[in-house]
Design a protein around this ligand. Structure first.
Ligand SMILES: NC(=O)c1ccc[n+]([C@@H]2O[C@H](COP(=O)([O-])OP(=O)(O)OC[C@H]3O[C@@H](n4cnc5c(N)ncnc54)[C@H](OP(=O)(O)O)[C@@H]3O)[C@@H](O)[C@H]2O)c1
Length: 326
């Protein structure tokens, strides 16, 4: 048994509900590893969990879905991992906001030497999400035109860059003029403001009146209608987030107007198979090594300041690259 520090959420609500506590961590059983964590990612998902929009964490519980750590102890019979290995993981079972934890060994992915803890803690799940969006949910090629909402946000900027590396024409939507420039620097051929009254005219001009092939929308409520209107006949909408709130219920007739298709993918469903999870992760590491993604400098907060980290993330001012250090 080990005494660790962790953020324990006892009731849903404001950031102050994230309180530091001392917890007992057991020794690892067979199929488990015990890790000391070095960097813990802070994401919008954690905010939904804290506020109760997602009731997926049983309370009291330790939030957090992604971290980097060092293996301190391995469970009986473990052959692949050893003490001292540096690993990353993402998990839908939570528990990442802690100094130490026991983890199912199937969730651990060894990190190549030249990739930093900070980069992985803030961008591993995002990059896996982009891999899922571009190569699993859709399979698009360089002839296509796509629209990305929140093009300068955490997933958005990786998605725009990854797609532009594949020579896909990327259009972006953002909230202010500064972010228009940022979105361009992330590979958007054109970037527009959400409140641009002529937005659909611009889309028509760029696509010769057809509309875009695919929209990747993570903003949800505020952009859903615009996303649908931007699509060409037989176009595809991927709604993978709801930063502005959940999308309203949808009628089938809204799809039949243009024979549209729609998906609502969740990364955890695409990595349920361990082999698949590993293959996708290694592909993400390859991309990180071979292409220099532009990513804002990460902000680091001590674990006990998790509430501050949430405030910064929610304010939309922090560049969205935030991690906690135990
Ligand atoms: N489906 C999945 O498996 C999966 C995986 C990872 C992430 N996600 C989801 O994808 C979304 C984006 O994640 P992220 O890590 O990229 O987050 P992020 O870095 O915080 O970016 C969110 C972006 O959303 C935009 N936004 C527009 N309206 C907003 C509003 N009302 N409140 C807050 N933000 C608003 C902001 O850009 P502007 O200021 O330019 O508008 C912001 O940059 C989240 O909803 C997250 O849960 C889903």
């Amino acid at each position: 048994m080990y005494k660790a520090s962790a953020i324990v959420l006892r009731e849903h609500g404001s950031p102050e509900k994230l309180k530091l506590d001392t917890i007992n961590v057991n020794n690892p059983n067979q199929g488990e590893i015990f890790i000391s964590q070095t960097a813990i990612g802070v994401h919008f998902h954690d905010i939904y969990v804290r506020t109760g929009l997602y009731k997926t964490l049983k309370l009291p519980g330790i939030p957090g879905v992604e971290a980097v750590g060092k293996i301190e102890q391995i469970g009986k019979g473990e052959k692949e991992f050893k003490e001292g290995d540096r690993i990353a993981y993402i998990t839908s079972d939570y528990g990442a906001y802690a100094s130490h934890r026991v983890l199912n060994r199937n969730l651990a992915i060894k990190i190549p030497e030249n990739i930093s803890d900070e980069l992985i803690a803030t961008n591993f799940s995002r990059a896996l999400t982009v891999k899922m969006l571009l190569e699993e949910v859709t399979n698009i090629n360089s002839n296509k035109i796509i629209l990305v909402t929140a093009a300068s946000g955490g997933v958005g900027r990786l998605l725009c860059q990854w797609a532009s590396f594949l020579n896909i024409t990327v259009l972006g939507l953002v909230s202010n003029k500064e972010k228009v420039e940022l979105a361009r620097s992330y590979g958007c051929k054109h970037a527009f403001l959400y409140d641009d009254k002529n937005f659909l005219d611009h889309i028509n001009d760029i696509t010769n009146g057809k509309g875009v092939d695919v929209v990747y929308d993570s903003v949800g409520l505020d952009t859903f209608d615009l996303s649908m209107e931007s699509l060409k006949f037989c176009g595809h909408l991927v709604n993978f987030g709801q930063s502005s709130g959940p999308v309203k219920p949808l009628t089938m007739s809204s799809l039949s107007k243009k024979s549209l298709t729609i998906t609502r993918p969740i990364i955890f469903h695409y990595i349920r198979n361990t082999q698949k999870y590993r293959t996708m992760s290694n592909s993400v590491f390859e991309y990180m090594k071979n292409y220099s993604f532009k990513i804002p400098k990460a902000k680091c907060y001590n674990l006990e300041k998790a509430s501050k980290a949430h405030e910064v993330l929610e304010s939309r001012t922090g560049g969205g690259c935030i991690y906690l250090e135990p």
